[in-house]
Design a protein around this ligand. Structure first.
Ligand SMILES: Cc1ncc(COP(=O)(O)O)c(C=O)c1O
Length: 388
């Protein structure tokens, strides 16, 4: 076993931040990113048309086994656009997991709909299909299934229940690019899917997002809504009220370079997860996100749960890792407990014991392609030394 390293030992003076501290996430921009961005700037195609945008949309659609891709300005906007295009209206209800980033529920509120929170499936930590039927009311219109921390939700079960009850399903794949469900990539598993390319995501353009789908009518409606509602046949004529949700050709240039290296980026993330599993498998009181037999995950952030018999609390573990120069994140705070949503959730009597248990105990560890094998080993050594 290697000695735990003190990643703070070379602290840069005055900054308060160690030059050797390990962040939770760091983008890998070591391919053609700079070259393509410079090329986009020199070409003067810097707004929301241009060759990189066309190339990104074609390549990302193909990677997701979808007929179409629309680049947008971020993942929140992608969700908002999906709900607008699906004609979600004030008073409608949308089933969403509680253990997710706030954008999933915020997007429902943007269109006046109410997010109704569903507990986590112990087998995946994503939205539990077994809890869907009890949450359906006559106002329910659809389900947003989030592929949490890189693990796909159980889409066959979710799609089946949706079909029985006449609901649409949107995949929120912000955290799971290129993960597969029963051999099929996320992005092709529901009516449409949304992605985020924020700087900590699996592939990134700093800020950015996309939708993928194979429904030409819905895609046309999304394109119109994305571009201020402009008529595709008649320039400067706006038959409906739309938005400016567009992606720039500069952001798409970054994504084209990222897509060239997607196999190595995904492989490295899987290798890092395997290393964490290997080093920590015998750590007492520590457990991992389960991986369903049908899932091929793209680990976004490595997840560990500090169980009661670990020896100290989750927050104490994070503090000790922090003191050793290792940055961590707690799991998402359950959305049904946040001020914008908690009164409605309490009035409905939402009960989400699995979500609450995970959220109180979970930690995300550093996970990014540039993280070295020795750094993973050293992080694990710190965790093992705390557990004793
Ligand atoms: C599950 C989920 N949905 C939506 C988003 C929103 O994406 P963005 O930050 O690009 O708006 C995120 C981003 O972190 C996310 O994790």
């Amino acid at each position: 076993m290697t000695m735990p390293l003190d990643f703070r030992q070379n602290s840069s003076e005055g900054s308060g931040v160690s030059s050797r501290s390990i962040p939770v996430a760091r983008p890998d921009l070591t391919g053609n990113e700079e070259r393509y961005v410079v090329d986009a700037i020199r070409s003067s195609w810097i707004s929301s048309t241009g060759p990189y945008l066309d190339r990104f949309e074609a390549e990302f659609a193909a990677a997701c086994h979808a007929d179409a891709c629309l680049g947008v300005s971020n993942g929140t906007v992608a969700l908002h656009l999906a709900l607008l295009a699906l004609d979600v209206r004030p008073g409608d209800e949308v089933l969403v997991p509680s253990l997710t980033y706030v954008a999933t529920a915020n997007a429902c509120r943007y269109v006046g709909a109410e997010p109704v929170f569903i507990d986590s499936d112990p087998a995946t930590w994503c939205l539990d299909p077994g809890r869907i039927e009890a949450a359906i009311t006559r106002r329910t219109r659809g389900i947003i299934a989030v592929h949490l921390y890189g693990h796909p939700a159980d889409m066959d079960a979710i799609n089946h229940l949706a079909a029985v009850h006449g609901l649409w399903v949107v995949e929120d794949a912000a955290e799971a690019h290129f993960a597969t469900y029963k051999g099929r990539p996320v992005g092709s598993l529901a009516r449409c899917a949304t992605f985020s390319f924020y700087g900590n995501k699996i592939i990134t353009s700093g800020e950015g997002g996309a939708l993928t789908l194979s429904d030409p009518q819905l895609a046309l409606r999304m394109r119109t809504l994305r571009g201020q509602g402009v008529d595709p046949e008649r320039r400067y004529f706006f038959p409906i009220t739309g938005h400016n949700f567009r992606m720039t050709n500069v952001a798409a240039a970054l994504l084209c370079a990222q897509l060239e290296r997607r196999d190595s980026i995904v492989a490295r993330r899987r290798r890092i997860q395997a290393l964490y599993h290997e080093h920590l498998q015998h750590c007492p009181g520590l457990s991992f996100q389960p991986i369903a037999p049908w899932a091929e995950v793209t680990p976004w952030l490595m997840c560990v749960v500090i169980e009661d018999d670990f020896g100290c609390s989750r927050d104490a573990v994070m503090a000790q890792l922090g003191a050793a120069g290792i940055d961590t994140r707690p799991f998402f705070i359950p959305l049904h407990t946040l001020p914008p949503f908690r009164e409605e959730a309490a009035a409905r009597g939402d009960r989400l014991p699995h979500t609450e248990r995970l959220a109180a105990r979970g930690i995300n560890l550093p996970t990014f392609p540039g993280l070295g094998d020795d750094e993973v080993a050293a992080i694990c050594d710190v965790l093992l030394s705390i557990s004793r």
